[in-house]
Design a protein. Structure first.
Length: 322
């Protein structure tokens, strides 16, 4: 089993049960207010019209030129992408979200992690997470489009791009586009990760292949109903982007006061350099605040943004006592 944030079971097993503040993920802690859900969303299979309404909402929200492929989260797309072609040599720009390497390896791909975008050139399949998790590195759409010419297939994971829509390649994809697949997460920005909703955007050939691999009911009725409403709520999205940017600056200030240095991040999470990441995680865990550390760095620690003011105060007090 690969390591992830959100693993509160492990935290509680080690530090005890209680009122935990989980900052180990990059999920918006102020979720979209769930609208009333029709009973038929639970009792009946989704209709073609309902699925089309979700597709249309995602099409508009992402500024897309193609119909997005709705899936049970970006993770579902990560599992399907390695099956689009015969296994070959994949290169992943890292360090990054570890499920890309895991899914590719499970399908027989030879996977190499590289540390520069130039080193992806020549790959049968290349993966870039933009903005990157956990260090927040960003690449301009023009640079990624140039890279696309040097690889057979480029996968761009935009799971954390909602607060920064100018980063997205979604508007650049047309029906005739080949070898470019963009992944989007719904649950992170909208704070509804348990809904399991995400999208893949690609040219018609790859979109049809992904739909066939996913099957006829890849997304649940409640996810369709909520997703179609939330994706059309531009007012909420704009207000949330503004709040997240302000909250990210607030978290940076708290971390700075604790002597931590910013590595990078997005408006949904921040990663810092600490003298000892394991010790910092443990110290916060004794106050039932859970964070994320990484096997490839003994100094990096990542925090999501608190939601309620009481949670902000709780984190501030804990950081002051480190």
């Amino acid at each position: 089993m690969r390591d992830h944030g959100g693993d509160l079971d492990r935290a509680m097993a080690q530090y005890g049960a209680g009122d935990w503040l989980d900052l180990s993920t990059g999920i918006n802690a102020v979720p979209y207010p769930v609208p009333p859900i029709p009973d038929r969303a639970f009792a009946a299979l989704p209709t073609v019209a309902e699925k089309a309404a979700l597709d249309a909402a995602a099409h508009e929200a992402y500024g897309a030129r193609v119909t997005p492929v709705a899936l049970a989260g970006a993770q579902a797309a990560i599992q399907l992408v390695p099956r689009l072609g015969s296994p070959g040599h994949a290169r992943i720009l890292g360090p990054t979200y570890n499920e890309h390497a895991g899914a590719l390896s499970a399908q027989g791909w030879t996977v190499t992690e590289v540390d520069t975008i130039a080193a992806l050139s020549g790959a049968d399949l290349a993966v870039v997470v933009n903005p990157n998790n956990p260090d927040g590195r960003r690449w301009r759409p023009s640079d990624l489009l140039a890279l696309r010419k040097d690889v057979d297939r480029l996968i761009v994971d935009e799971s954390f791009a909602d607060p920064e829509p100018e980063l997205s390649l979604a508007p650049q994809i047309a029906d005739a586009t080949e070898g470019l697949v963009v992944l989007r997460s719904f649950g992170k920005f909208f704070g509804l990760a348990g809904l399991r909703l995400g999208f893949a955007l690609a040219g018609s050939a790859e979109s049809e292949a992904l739909r066939a691999l996913a099957g006829p009911w890849a997304v649940s009725g409640p996810a369709i109903a909520i997703g179609a409403t939330a994706l059309r709520d531009g007012t909420w999205q704009a207000a949330t982007r503004a709040r997240l940017n302000a909250d990210a600056a607030r978290l940076d200030a708290l971390a700075d006061s604790a002597g931590w240095r910013l590595v990078g991040g997005t408006p949904l999470f921040r990663t810092y350099v600490t003298p000892d990441a394991t010790a910092a995680q443990a110290a916060l865990a004794t106050r039932q605040i859970w964070t994320r550390i990484f096997p490839y760095s003994d100094r990096w620690i990542r925090l999501g943004l608190p939601g309620r003011e009481a949670d902000w105060q709780r984190l501030e007090t804990a950081l002051m006592r480190l």
